[in-house]
Design a protein around this ligand. Sequence first.
Ligand code: BG6
Length: 302
Amino acid sequence: MRTIDPSLLNANFGITKQLTFDIGPGDLPIVTIRNHHATATISVQGAQALTFQPHDEEPVLWLSPRSRYKAGRSIRGGIPICWPWFGPHPSDADKPQHGFARTLLWEVLGTAVGEGDTSQIRFGLHDSEQTRALWPYAFALECAVTVGPALEVALTIRNTDDVAWTWSGALHTYLAVQDVARIAVHGLDGVTYADKVDDYERKTQHGVVRIDGEVDRVYLATTAICTVDDPLLERRIEIDKSGSRSTVVWNPWEQKSREVADLGEDAYRGMVCVETANALDDVQPLAPGAEHTMRVRLAVTR
Ligand code: BG6
């Protein structure tokens, strides 16, 4: 694993009083953004947004208090990037779940202050000996994280190979809620989903999604905006997406939470994942030289 010198990153990319690099838990480099609108932290490993909190709001992203911060391990919470496959590898169970993008150290490409005092950081990842051992293609990813009144994550995927390949993936967004049993997820009425807790059985959503047990669903062929209505926090989180045809809704509920070390007993109560994805039927082909951007924008509304 490469090591990173935060003073070098600050000298090259830091923005005074707005964007700084530090070494966080587990010696992982972390970017902190504080601007007029919000505070946010982002891990350079995985280009993973970890926290986002507009001023005068409760945190929007959920980050497990039991997260393991370790080189090469994914951090539980925020927005891990699942790529180049979503879920288990389609043909090789020994390969890491959700691909490798979330566990590798990305390169910082640039930072900028945008219109209306937004702050942006861009990360890059391209194929290496390590990635080619898991997936034999050339690629270049760019992830731009923009912090303003909303949080935006845009992942651009480029095929730099001379053969076509397909990918699946997700911006695996963990949202913070007061009590998952009291929320409603709007936007998926009438959509067909593969129910992963019922052997991928195809079902149709009727009305809003309510969570009163383990939920692990890939909603297919949907580009809809979803909103998480949280009556106890008296807010809605709007999940506006593009370049994505699947939406995954996941909550591990009680038993799985207890079984997974970096979740913990009651973790499931305070979180719901509504993931901007291309998965199962929505895997994406990409021709040599072509690119695709998958984007999510999270905003609190009332
Ligand atoms: C969800 C999947 O997106 O991610 C679930 O649909 C999975 O099946 C969950 O359990 C968490 O995955 P991981 O690898 O981060 O534990």
